[in-house]
Design a binder for this molecule. Structure first.
Ligand SMILES: [Mg+2]
Length: 415
């Protein structure tokens, strides 16, 4: 079998990859739906993989893997990897999880970081509590919920003098938003503002965490996405001050989203001095860049995103190596969409016992549920997804329906 084409269409903001073959089988992958600008970067790899046998996934990947980088640039390589597994599975008439080593579990636990509600009113602890109650009451029955605090989300922005020497909101806005499109916002929100958190800011953060824990009790786990950009001694102070609250994990306090480096030593200083589990890794590309973090046991939990780290096999390898070192894994995936969801489920079914839960991916538009078939209905039951057995990723586009959302230049995407 030979690869005959590599296509990329932007379907409702989502970069979707389609690899076609001379045997009529094609495979799909996607990137996070915040990254429509990736299209030319996906197509960059086309000449490198044309003519290759897509079922030799590793051989194809070895040609392009070195030409990627930390988030967002590893996403193009990762989407291609997923599409190759989809083809390999369809060609072998086997679900992708079989090709990744087979099932460890029949259903995979998911956590909620994607189904969110706008904060009603100001960002007071009471409103944080009301907001998380809505997530607790979701029909999916999530057993772990993640909320953004401190530098993640709007907490620091909405609090006067969160940092010593904080710049004003207007000043910050003029730097971030002036020349940015909506899609670039995701890239610019982590500019290095901040510094040491004020005593008031620290107390407010703790009050919000306590208010959320009072709602969730010991029935639903609370994970906190915190940064990146918290200075290490504040990170330690924050982690130590919630030790009696049994937080699931504190994510990306120092480095994380869109920081193209790891700084494992700084994480280690925090991790070995607190009983609160410390988590990072969604921006990291490739196993080599997880080595330091894992060898030094610098965090308790890693969170690679299979659609950024280099793909499913890459994540599997990292998970196994983490397991050898007593480190857990909770893959990131909040905006990986429905093709991403399928990829995550096949992968999670095969991960070792250090698997906690994957972050339940949601699509950018509700109509995505009408253009993809093959997912369970309902998708999530009691915070679990049953692993399905159809070949490849086991999902299909309803092409007639999906074609309505193609741009003019992508009209031949399904041909
Ligand atoms: Mg995160």
């Amino acid at each position: 079998m030979k690869i005959t084409d590599l296509k990329c269409a932007i379907i409702g903001n989502t970069p979707v990859v389609r690899i076609t073959t001379d045997e009529g089988i094609s495979g799909y992958g996607q990137a996070e739906w915040s990254k429509p600008y990736l299209k030319p970067y996906v197509l960059f790899y086309k000449p490198l993989i044309l003519g290759e046998d897509p079922t030799n996934v590793e051989r194809v990947m070895s040609k392009i893997r070195r030409l990627g980088s930390f988030k967002p640039w590893g996403a193009a390589v990762s989407a291609i990897e997923v599409a190759l597994w989809d083809i390999a599975g369809k060609a072998a008439d086997l679900p992708v999880y079989k090709l990744l080593g087979g099932k460890v579990r029949d259903r995979v636990l998911v956590y909620n970081g994607g189904i969110r509600f706008p904060m009603e009113g100001d960002s007071s602890p009471e409103n944080f509590a009301k907001n998380i109650l809505k997530m607790k009451n979701l029909k999916e029955g999530f057993s772990i919920i993640k909320q953004g605090i401190s530098l993640h989300g709007q907490m620091a922005d909405n609090f006067d003098k969160y940092f010593y020497g904080d710049i004003s909101w207007d000043e910050r806005n003029s730097i971030i938003f002036e020349n940015d499109s909506k899609d670039q916002w995701a890239l610019s929100q982590y500019l290095p503002f901040g510094g040491q958190i004020t005593e008031k800011g620290m107390n407010y953060t703790l009050d919000c965490i306590i208010a959320m824990k009072e709602v969730l009790g010991d029935e639903v786990g609370l994970a906190l996405d915190c940064g990146p950009g918290i200075v290490p001694h504040d990170a330690l102070k924050l982690a130590q001050s919630v030790e009696d609250l049994n937080i699931m994990w504190m994510e990306d306090m120092i480095t994380g989203d869109y920081t193209p480096y790891v700084l494992a030593d700084l994480y280690r200083d925090v991790t070995i001095n607190t009983s609160t589990p410390i988590h990072t890794g969604e921006q990291i590309y490739l196993r080599q860049n997880f080595k330091d973090l894992i060898d030094k046991r610098a965090v308790n939990i890693i969170g690679p995103d299979p659609l950024d780290v280099g793909g499913l096999a890459e994540t599997k390898w990292i998970a196994e190596y983490a397991d050898l070192n007593g480190i857990m894994i909770a893959p990131h995936g909040t905006i990986d969409g429905l093709i991403g969801l399928a990829a995550h489920v096949h992968l999670a079914a095969t991960l070792p016992r250090n698997y906690i839960a994957l972050e339940y991916p949601v699509p950018c538009h509700k109509w995505w549920y009408d253009i993809i078939e093959g997912l369970p209905d309902p998708i999530v039951k009691d915070s679990f997804i049953d692993v399905w057995d159809s070949p490849g990723l086991g999902i299909k586009f309803r092409e007639d329906e999906a074609s309505r959302y193609l741009d003019e230049e992508d009209k031949d995407f399904f041909n």
